[in-house]
Design a protein around this ligand. Structure first.
Ligand code: C2E
Ligand code: MG
Ligand code: MG
Ligand code: MG
Length: 275
């Protein structure tokens, strides 16, 4: 029942715990063992080509199958992992798991699709990142088009190293996406200095795109400008046919959202989308 309403309803992890400090403490102690106990899982959300209606890619979104608290969304533990440094290990697990899953799908002769993973700031700034991705792909006999990475505008703009990191990743051949675009302060004009493949328009703009004139203007402008810079546009959080209609009419390339599918566990994504 909680699942029906989406991510805002994953509040069960609050119940029955004495106070917030206790909860944080326990969660932190548990988090330290979660990788070893194989408690993380990647769910996958389809990205749909607006012209063909075909599957264009998958975004991998981490969940924690906590033995007592149930399925926890990233909002419940990623910030904690960033604070205590566990995020680097978790982030490496995500890349490893995405490659392992791709290997499995590949061996089963499934449709080839890129799986995009979300990077944390610490991961993005870790000097070993490109190496790690390259070696992980290699150890699974994969190719760079198996993987894409999503970073936020903030990560791209705020750090001097980001130009170099993005160049390294680009040279390796993995896809580059800017996530949550429009929520930061950067302009596409700055982003043209990086070889970004995809701009993901934040779902807050998509939500009101058919009702709020300003949001419509902003979305149109982002699409046009991105295309002029030879980037593709992915709309996040597409929930209604009207939103999709608007986006397709304005030549947005790809849509992702509950209209097509929620993020699904591996078994279901395989059965429903990679037949
Ligand atoms: P994000 O990368 O922007 O991911 C999109 C979020 O929007 C996901 O939430 C997804 O479930 C949700 N979503 C998708 N379609 C719709 C829709 O139509 N309507 C609405 N309202 N929401 C939709 P989720 O899975 O809870 O992830 C939240 C954030 O956690 C992600 O935002 C990403 O920033 C972060 N995250 C997820 N997985 C990882 C990971 O492996 N590593 C790191 N560092 N961060 C991650
Ligand atoms: Mg993302
Ligand atoms: Mg996003
Ligand atoms: Mg987001």
């Amino acid at each position: 029942e909680a699942k029906e309403k989406g991510k805002n309803t994953y509040v069960v992890y609050n119940e029955g715990l004495l106070d917030e400090a206790m909860q944080e403490y326990k969660l932190e102690a548990d988090l330290r063992n979660a990788i070893d106990h194989k408690e993380f899982v990647l769910h996958y959300q389809p990205q749909i080509d607006n012209q063909t209606g075909e599957l264009a890619g998958l975004e991998a979104l981490i969940r924690w199958e906590h033995p007592k608290l149930g399925l926890l969304p990233p909002g419940a533990f990623i910030r904690l992992a960033e604070q205590n440094g566990l995020i680097t290990q978790i982030g490496e697990w995500v890349i490893e798991e995405a490659c392992r899953q791709q290997r499995e799908w590949h061996d089963q002769g499934r449709k080839n699709v890129t799986v995009s993973v979300n990077l944390s700031t610490q991961q993005f700034l870790n000097r070993n990142l490109t190496n790690f991705i390259e070696q992980t792909l290699q150890s699974h006999g994969g190719s760079p088009d198996w993987l894409g990475v999503e970073i936020t505008e903030y990560m791209a703009m705020e750090y001097e190293q980001s130009v170099q990191v993005l160049e390294e990743l680009k040279a390796l051949g993995v896809g580059l996406s800017i996530d949550d675009f429009g929520t930061g302060y950067s302009s596409l004009n700055h982003l043209k200095n990086f070889q970004i493949d995809f701009i993901k328009i934040d779902k807050s703009f998509i939500q009101e795109v058919t009702g709020d004139h300003n949001d419509a203007i902003i979305v149109e402008a982002i699409i046009t400008l991105a295309h002029n810079l030879e980037m593709k546009i992915i709309a996040e959080g597409v929930e209604t046919a009207d939103q999709l209609g608007f986006l397709a009419h304005h030549h947005c390339d790809i849509s992702q959202g509950y209209l097509f599918s929620r993020p699904l566990p591996p078994k279901e994504i395989t059965k429903e989308w990679l037949k």
